[in-house]
Design a protein. Structure first.
Length: 337
């Protein structure tokens, strides 16, 4: 699996509709689900939690938990649903996650993480991978990151996605934990340099494809295996339309915002026919026209006019028309000048 670009698992954001939309922009990026807890998978509504459209491949399931037996069962269920990878969350800093003894607090228990990963790896034939922080609270990241990675590597895990920040579990909110702890990209590069046989992708604060390309530059002798984009991909998804060419070397044309909507339409139509409400899908598109004339009208129409019962793709058409009209007006003013 080519991991040069992946889209981060983001709670309340990267649901199945978001992933289908992102796939309309990039054919090659690896997509991730929101984190789903192992107990929910084992005991909950699996179709609701795990259902996805075939258009999303390649797509990975991210699990949360710390019970190896339960994680193994959830991984088996995820593989049976068709996911291309099972990933363990060792990075989420929320209070709810801490109380459940999973997420970032597991950085304190590398042997438990290894036990969990050994159980997942034994349970499935698809890749079993880890997404982690570089440490938590008062840990020395140069010790904690390597301890977690080495413990997992010892049980056969080869793929790691590293959010290059500490998680400060005491005193910072989950939102603050995405921005306040300083980034240490050099430590992630050191991990790859000293463990060249492992696949190491970097995550955290990467805001553009230019930045992604810079991280993949090997002029210092370190060739990272991939870059994971989070909020940048969500808030300005149009950048994903260039990703296949710039990061994967594809010769296919870039996908512009209008083409992405055209590609997403059949998916939206199918879900509307199943009773899914339009805002569940259009909310992920709000940043698509970022920086373009008419972007504010585009957001307003999708936000407000999608709410009434029975709202359909005509709302999307009106939003697109608002941008086209604004661009046409700007072009006419330019010609007049």
């Amino acid at each position: 699996m080519n991991r040069r670009l992946s889209i981060a698992p983001m709670m309340d954001w990267t649901d199945r509709h978001c992933r289908a939309f992102h796939r309309a922009l990039t054919a090659k990026a690896l997509l991730y689900t929101e984190m789903v807890t192992a107990p929910a998978v084992v005991h909950g509504d699996r179709d609701r939690l795990l259902g996805f459209d075939a258009v999303e491949h390649p797509v990975a399931l991210q699990l949360g938990g710390s019970d190896p037996v339960q994680l193994a069962e959830a991984a088996r269920i995820g593989e049976a649903f068709g996911y291309d990878e099972i990933n363990l969350n060792v990075g989420c800093p929320s209070d709810r996650v801490q109380s459940g003894r999973f997420g970032a607090c597991l950085m304190r228990e590398p042997e438990l993480v290894a036990d969990c990963m050994a159980a997942i790896r034994e349970a499935v034939s698809v890749p079993a991978t880890v997404k982690c922080r570089i440490g938590v609270d008062d840990q020395d990241p140069q010790v904690s990151l390597f301890a977690t990675v080495d413990a997992c590597a010892a049980v056969g895990i080869e793929v790691f996605i590293v959010h290059a920040r500490m998680a400060w579990l005491k005193g910072l909110s989950p939102k603050e934990n995405r921005d306040v702890p300083p980034l240490d990209y050099a430590l992630v590069r050191r991990l790859k340099r000293e463990r060249p046989h492992l696949s190491v992708s970097i995550n955290g604060g990467i805001a553009s494809l230019d930045a992604a390309e810079a991280h993949l530059d090997a002029s210092d002798g370190v060739q990272l295996d991939g870059v994971m984009l989070g909020r940048a991909a969500y808030h300005e998804p149009a950048l994903l339309g260039q990703a296949d060419r710039r990061l994967f070397g594809a010769t296919t044309p870039d996908v512009d915002a209008y083409a992405a909507i055209d590609r997403y339409r059949p998916y939206m139509a199918a879900r509307l026919a199943e009773g899914v409400h339009l805002p569940a899908m259009t909310r992920h598109m709000l940043g698509l026209m970022h920086g373009r004339p008419g972007a504010r009208a585009f957001r307003r129409i999708l936000t407000v006019e999608s709410i009434p019962p029975g709202a359909g793709l005509e709302v999307v058409d009106r939003a697109v028309d608002a941008v086209r009209e604004a661009e046409a007006r700007l072009e006419m003013r330019g010609e007049a000048a």
